[in-house]
Design a binder for this molecule. Structure first.
Ligand code: SF4
Length: 91
């Protein structure tokens, strides 16, 4: 009878520790991923120093790494002009 009780306690302890470990890992992942997700947003045009130009130039959105045709940007809130430019221009 005493041995049986001991086994039962051991199983419960394992389950408890296993669930605790899963909970701890989940909380750690949430702490790492959560804030990064919450902070990710596109910059405003003002933050990026965006300017819309009338004429073509050597550096403009249409040639930028972050440009999404026809008038969007990966890192700056759109719409952006293909002839626009900002301080984060990437070539
Ligand atoms: S220059 Fe590049 S990063 Fe800046 S707004 Fe245009 S496409 Fe986006």
């Amino acid at each position: 009878m005493a041995v049986r009780r001991s086994k039962t306690v051991t199983i419960h302890r394992r389950r408890f520790l296993g669930r605790g470990l899963i909970g701890a890992v989940t909380a750690a992942v949430a702490m790492l991923v959560g804030p990064a997700r919450a902070e990710w947003r596109k910059m405003t045009k003002k933050e990026a120093g965006y300017i819309a130009r009338e004429k073509s130039a050597s550096q403009m959105c249409a040639q930028c790494l972050y440009f999404i045709d026809p008038n969007d940007c990966v890192i700056v809130q759109g719409p952006v002009s293909p002839r626009g430019w900002c301080t984060y221009y990437g070539d």
